[in-house]
Design a protein around this ligand. Structure first.
Ligand code: SF4
Ligand code: SF4
Length: 402
């Protein structure tokens, strides 16, 4: 007898792992901030230890482009694998399958099961909000009743939407509302991984209808591929059980392309989409690694025109220094002038985490009156460990007439 190997235990395991990650991630803190959260008041995304500012939004844009190409690539290669194995909607619907069973039960049981689903909806809605408001802030406020109208109102509305989705739509959500499901048909090609009935073995089908009865979206997979299929693999397991008793393999399975056709992983469109995805990933990582936590702009100080002093010329500048890091910074200000000695005052600035400061500085290029060669100087700020932070900007050095 053929050993019966079912897919559903692995799907359940993937669903539980996904739920643990999604629920647990907002509680994980790296360098004192949520591992993954978009902070609404400051409009700053926190991403595994890095906090991105509005003027660095190209990093977020790069992440969005990378994720878009990644989804395109995964869909092209593996079809609806996301829907069947990792989509939170599918996991939630599987988790609340008591709703389906409740329909045939008596009112008191029905009420208890709908109440349980309402509780799940409220928890899932809170979990979604934790990606915008830290759970360490949200939970104490919710307990005290001090969430405020916006957050509290959003929580109620979101809970009701999730409850109605779970109580009424369930798997219909995938074929009616989900935009990703609608896009998928254009992303597939004839070598994409699909769940299909093997027509070469159609004579072996005993017409038990187990595959049809188990299908959550009511498809008869024997009639061919169907856009409503969510890749849950329930039909594979049903047929595995039926055919397994007869010592045969399931008539339904995973196939790259149509059953009987040779699969081709390294096809041209897959290689191209995969390469573009890899390029955007590398670029995104490069941007994250090379971003500095301190930024500076240099402008002339209009309230202090250039002037000649004994032994040199003084120019004044306004340094706008921004600390994008999560801790305060002590920075040294340095000036370099070609073939000349330059002195700057003040030569230090301290700035709190997340703050911006305007610092007037005075640069004296010694003996510059005689030479009049200096046209541009370099102004730098650097932390105690020069490798950690160093920002250098050029500035025009002006000689007063006379
Ligand atoms: S045909 Fe139905 S049971 Fe089979 S994978 Fe698709 S949705 Fe699931
Ligand atoms: S479960 Fe298998 S044997 Fe039964 S009807 Fe479906 S394909 Fe045929």
């Amino acid at each position: 007898m053929t050993k019966i190997r079912l897919i559903q235990p692995w799907r359940r395991f993937a669903g539980i792992a996904q739920a643990v990650i999604i629920i647990g991630l907002p509680f994980l803190e790296i360098k004192g901030e949520s591992a993954l959260r978009f902070d609404v008041p400051s409009l700053r995304p926190h991403f595994f230890g890095a906090s991105v500012w509005m003027d660095e939004f190209f990093i977020v844009l790069m992440a969005v482009i990378f994720l878009t190409f990644l989804f395109m690539f995964i869909t092209l290669m593996f079809g609806r694998i996301w829907c069947g194995w990792a989509c939170p909607q599918t996991v939630l619907v599987d988790f609340t399958d008591m709703i389906d069973k409740a329909k045939s039960k008596r009112p008191p049981y029905k009420l208890i099961e709908y109440a349980a689903v309402l509780l799940i909806s409220v928890t899932v809605a809170a979990n979604l909000i934790w990606y915008f408001v830290s759970p360490y802030e949200f939970i104490p406020k919710a307990v005290e009743g001090g969430l405020g109208n916006v957050t509290g109102g959003f929580w109620i509305v979101l809970s009701m939407i999730i409850f109605l989705d779970l109580a009424l739509l369930r798997h219909k959500f995938c074929s009616t509302v989900c935009p990703y499901a609608k896009l998928q048909s254009v992303l597939f090609d004839n070598k994409t991984l699909v769940i299909a009935f093997d027509p070469r073995r159609k004579d072996e089908c005993i017409k038990c209808m187990a595959c049809v009865k188990t299908c959550p979206v009511g498809i008869d997979i024997r009639n061919g591929l169907n856009a409503a299929c969510i890749d849950c693999a329930e039909c594979i397991d049903s047929c595995t059980k039926m055919m397994g008793h007869r010592g045969k393999k399931s008539l339904i399975g995973y196939f790259f392309g149509l059953p009987g056709e040779a699969g081709e992983l390294l096809r041209r469109n897959a290689v191209m989409t995969g390469s573009v995805t890899a390029v955007f990933l590398v670029f995104f990582i490069y941007l994250l690694i090379t971003r500095t936590t301190v930024d500076m702009t240099v402008l002339p100080n209009n309230s202090y025109p250039p002037r000649i002093v004994s032994g040199g010329v003084i120019n004044s500048y306004i340094l706008s220094v921004k600390n994008k890091g999560r801790s305060g910074a002590e920075l040294a200000i340095k000036v370099k002038a070609l073939n000349s000695v330059a002195v700057v005052a003040p030569d230090r600035v301290s700035i709190e985490a997340g703050a911006m400061k305007k610092v007037p500085v005075y640069v004296n290029v010694v003996n510059s009156v005689k030479s009049k060669v200096i046209k541009t100087i370099d102004i730098s700020i650097e932390s105690e460990k020069p490798d950690t932070v160093r920002v250098t900007k050029p500035a025009r050095f002006i000689y007063p007439e006379g």
